[in-house]
Design a protein around this ligand. Structure first.
Ligand code: TYD
Ligand code: MG
Length: 459
């Protein structure tokens, strides 16, 4: 083996590094994920990358805070309001943004639309694709609309060429689609491997910080939901956005899970149409589309996605079990939570569902993990069990504790206002949250302390 080179073993799931092969990764506990990769001991990127960006370490100088503000432009808008929201108010010059998601979810489409808007704003944009040919990109672009000449495209996988092109063209924004196709000659392992992905991201990071160019990186996600090649990448970038959605539904959620320049857990909502992604400004309306009228087991809850309230329908179905052992399923919410709430119902209200199958579904294919939907699940279950319709102009929220108490949740006012905006006339909410919504008029507010009080309102 050549001098200066060594081989190490990387877990392909989480990027954990070991000197020897192991059957199970000690970090992420996955089996059979270690692959041998050759690394350059002198970490070629560190020296080369920095001098390449025109800020060689010899000239680097420390600056005061006041100086930084003068040099740097504030954020600018992407002209896609939903994207601006998840980025924390716009694009920050010199930031590195990772856009992850399943294949086919619409990452390339979203970023091409971003390029379209920015180029229309007379910003120079460079779109580098390692996955598709120029013809394929053109076909996609024709579906989306017209583009100005401020957008330049290139098909390339060699990191050296990419770097040279960016340094020559000096665009304001670069899109790399995808990081798994980028290839550095310094690293001998295959594109997409942990060391290649790490090296490529490192080089792009130096370009972004050195030249003040914003770089959007597309990363594919593995089955486990991590960006392949993966957590290594999340540490290095400034912002991590995940593009998710049900394969069979048209809406897509763009979620920020890490953001050095803004709040996390914000979501942007899009709809995939025949001419690209459309923004959904009113997700509640979208999520409640197709809600049945006057059906037992259906109730509307309000969850918060970041700072944004969203009304969603919770459905429950309780039917007599045909085998001795009752079935419970949860889709879109936590299975254990369902079991817990059924146990609370049985112990605190004497509603015994031990010979009832119970199915709970969050309509629309969205996943909710917020405890504020607990009360909605409880009411939907009771409604289906007793075959009693819940008033369709009613919205509920509240966390349910083990004694059956209804506990306060965050941001009650936003939730109530969203319900009023959507035309709901009644809202059942935790008594503890009543003080925060005192000033709200135009909707009847019913504060409850215990699930018993909420269930009593059903009839
Ligand atoms: P794409 O952006 O290629 O996904 P990714 O880059 O995340 O792999 O999205 C591809 C899907 O979107 C594909 O199934 C076709 C669909 N699509 C539309 O429905 N309408 C459109 O206008 C475009 C461009 C794509
Ligand atoms: Mg793509």
């Amino acid at each position: 083996m050549a001098k200066g080179k060594k081989t190490v073993y990387f877990c392909q799931n989480c990027g954990h590094e070991e000197n020897k092969w192991l059957g199970q990764c000690p970090a992420c506990k996955q089996w059979n994920t270690f692959v041998e990769e050759e690394v350059v001991a002198s970490a070629g990127s560190a020296g080369k990358g920095r001098s390449g960006t025109g800020q060689s370490s010899g000239q680097a100088r420390a600056v005061t805070l006041a100086q930084i503000e003068k040099e740097r432009e504030e954020r600018y808008t992407s002209h896609i309001a939903e994207l601006d929201r998840v980025l924390g108010g716009g694009i920050v010059p010199g930031s590195l943004v990772l856009v992850g998601g399943d294949p086919g979810i619409g990452k390339s489409t979203l970023l091409l639309q971003l390029c379209q808007k920015l180029a229309g704003d007379e910003r120079d944009v460079l779109y580098i694709s390692g996955e598709e040919s120029l013809q394929q990109i053109k076909m996609r672009a024709m579906r989306i609309g017209s583009f100005t000449d401020h957008l330049k495209l290139m098909c390339e996988t060699s990191l050296d060429t990419v770097r040279a092109t960016i340094e020559r063209e000096k665009p304001q924004v670069v899109v790399i689609d995808s990081i798994q196709t980028m290839y550095s000659e310094l690293v001998s392992s295959a594109p997409g491997s942990v060391s290649q992905v790490r090296e490529s991201t490192n080089v792009l990071l130096q370009i972004a910080k050195g030249l003040g160019i914003t770089i959007f990186i597309v990363g594919h996600v593995t089955k486990e939901g991590q960006v392949a090649g993966p957590r290594v990448l999340e540490h290095m970038v400034d912002t991590v956005l995940y593009f998710e959605g049900d394969r069979y539904a048209t809406y897509r959620l763009l979620r920020s899970v890490k953001n050095r320049f803004g709040p996390t857990h914000e979501i942007g909502v899009f709809e995939m149409s025949s001419d690209g992604l459309r923004e959904v400004a009113n997700p509640s309306e979208f999520m409640l589309e197709g809600k049945p009228d006057a059906a037992p087991g259906s109730v509307v809850v309000c969850c918060m996605e970041g700072t944004r309230p969203m009304l969603v329908e919770v459905q429950a179905l309780a039917t007599r079990t045909s085998f001795g052992f009752p079935r419970r399923t949860a889709s879109g919410c936590d299975f254990n939570r369902i079991n817990l709430l059924i146990a609370v119902l049985s112990k605190r209200l004497g509603i015994d569902m031990s010979d009832e199958d119970a199915y709970v579904n969050i309509a629309g294919g969205i996943r909710l993990n917020e405890p504020a939907i607990d009360l909605g699940i409880v009411l939907a279950l009771v409604s289906s069990y007793r075959n009693k319709v819940i008033d369709e102009n009613m919205m509920v929220f509240g966390e349910v504790g083990l004694s059956g108490e209804v506990r306060g949740v965050t941001m009650p006012e936003q939730r109530v206002l969203e319900a009023r905006k959507m035309g709901y006339t009644t809202c059942i909410l935790p008594q503890a949250s009543m003080r925060a919504v005192k000033g709200v008029t135009g909707i009847e507010l019913i504060g409850v302390r215990h699930i018993g009080e909420a269930v009593a309102k059903l009839s």
